[in-house]
Design a binder for this molecule. Structure first.
Ligand code: SR1
Ligand code: MG
Length: 412
């Protein structure tokens, strides 16, 4: 049944929208002039649809398989429901930081949502050399608000358990368990990299301390049902809109289909990893001003998360055992975990399946050094996090590695 539903096409979209009168104020289905398939993720079909007055809507449909690989890798389309429900739950805590949802079609696994095409995917903006002050702080606020609200601190024991039961997402969690927490550290069929990076990938596989650290993080990922996290919060899952001076005026986290009850630090680490990957690109391309800016983002993200979580703390459900001292302990623990998750997310994007355009679009000669730098930084961060919990200091060390491993055009 799940595999037999009709997929969206530019032929059937006008009729489909016409059959949903509840969105008649969002878009005029009788005057559709543009339908662009823009799905650049690994899993779904995404159309941006515009009417003749310029009003738009996004239709996102989950396929019954992984788009990146094709029908040979079947995947439950129920992930669309997870994304829909999580976006609604997250919007209760941080409405201005997620897209608006118009409806969910449970028969065809389609989410109709706000057209944010006046925004840019943050990864694209960073790849183009942009500087977007304010977005790291906004994402720190998003993580703090949605995790606090869905945790036992914000939701209370019963609501936490009920929400947890509705949000289990075993298939997509398994992707993360395999691609982030297993395959990069062992010889695996789906791993790939430049031949010149073979020694770097082998060094990761030979790094027994790293494998141990990753094992601990994987256990945490699989068992710590702390809050309803986004689950795949990289810079490709964030939209930014900046004013002409570059200041972010709107930041939205989207694409939460990997959402489940997991460790709060996982989303923080995922974003930090992608800042370090963006830093590797900026370093490789000698974009010094941008690299200086990107280097401020990990701390900006963490500080905003901490500030927002601390602000919410007095509203927690049970103040007897969940004391102010406990909050300090939790924040220290989450910072160390976030750096660990960041390291695992860095390694996976270089060695494992599903890479990032930040690195992949670099010329091979330049890519070699950037990829090496990200891998060596991941090996450093995952171990140093236990003794160096200063995010800025960690970034300085990552930068030193990236500067040292940089390769230039014609170096091979
Ligand atoms: C097969 S899915 C590969 C990756 O794409 C998503 O963005 C997640 O990061 C996943 O690991
Ligand atoms: Mg995605």
């Amino acid at each position: 049944m799940e595999n037999t539903y009709e997929f969206l096409t530019s032929e059937n979209i006008p009729g489909y929208l016409g059959s949903h009168p509840e969105i008649s104020s969002v878009i005029d289905a009788s005057s559709i002039v543009e339908m662009n398939e823009v799905g650049d993720g690994n899993l779904n079909i995404v159309f941006i649809v515009k009417d003749k007055s310029g009003k738009g809507i996004v239709l996102k449909q989950a396929l019954p398989y992984v788009r990146l690989v094709g029908p040979s890798w079947p995947m439950s389309a129920d992930r669309a429901r997870i994304e829909y429900e999580t976006t609604l739950i997250h919007s209760q805590a941080a409405k201005h930081l997620v897209p608006e949802i118009y409806f969910y079609d449970s028969e065809r696994y389609i989410i109709a949502m706000e057209d944010l095409s006046d925004h840019k995917v943050w990864r694209t903006a960073l790849n183009q050399g942009e500087i977007n002050p304010g977005s790291a702080e906004a994402i720190g606020e998003y993580i703090a608000k949605v995790t606090f609200a869905s945790s036992i601190f914000g939701a209370g024991a019963e609501a936490h358990k009920k929400s947890l039961a509705k949000s289990i997402n075993p298939e997509l969690c398994l992707i993360t368990e395999d691609l982030v927490f297993t395959e990069p550290y062992f010889p695996a069929e789906r791993n790939s990299y430049l031949i010149s990076n073979e020694p770097d990938a082998q060094a990761v596989i030979a790094d027994k301390q790293m494998a141990l650290e990753v094992g601990e993080l994987k256990f945490k990922f699989m068992t710590a049902a702390e809050a309803l996290i986004h689950g795949d919060l990289h810079t490709g899952s964030v939209f930014v809109k900046s004013d002409p001076a570059g200041k972010s005026v709107s930041t939205r986290a989207f694409d939460s289909e990997f959402s489940f009850y997991g460790p709060i630090a996982f989303d923080i680490g995922a974003v930090i990893a992608n800042f370090y990957i963006a830093l590797a690109r900026a370093t490789a391309l000698e974009r010094e001003e941008q690299a200086d800016f990107i280097a401020t983002l990990p701390q900006a993200l963490w500080s905003s998360f901490e500030k927002n979580f601390r602000t919410l703390w007095p509203t927690r459900v049970d103040k007897r055992v969940f004391s102010d001292e406990l909050l300090d302990v939790l924040l220290s623990t989450w910072k160390i975990e976030a750096l660990g998750f960041a390291a695992a997310k860095m390694a996976r994007r270089i060695v494992g399946l599903a890479k990032t355009s930040d690195i992949e679009t670099l010329d091979e000669d330049v890519r070699e050094g950037a990829a090496r730098g990200v891998l060596r930084s991941a090996q450093m961060v995952i171990k140093e996090r236990h003794i160096n919990v200063d995010v800025n200091l960690m970034t300085v060390k990552v930068r030193e590695i990236l500067d040292k491993t940089r390769t230039v055009k014609g170096s091979n």
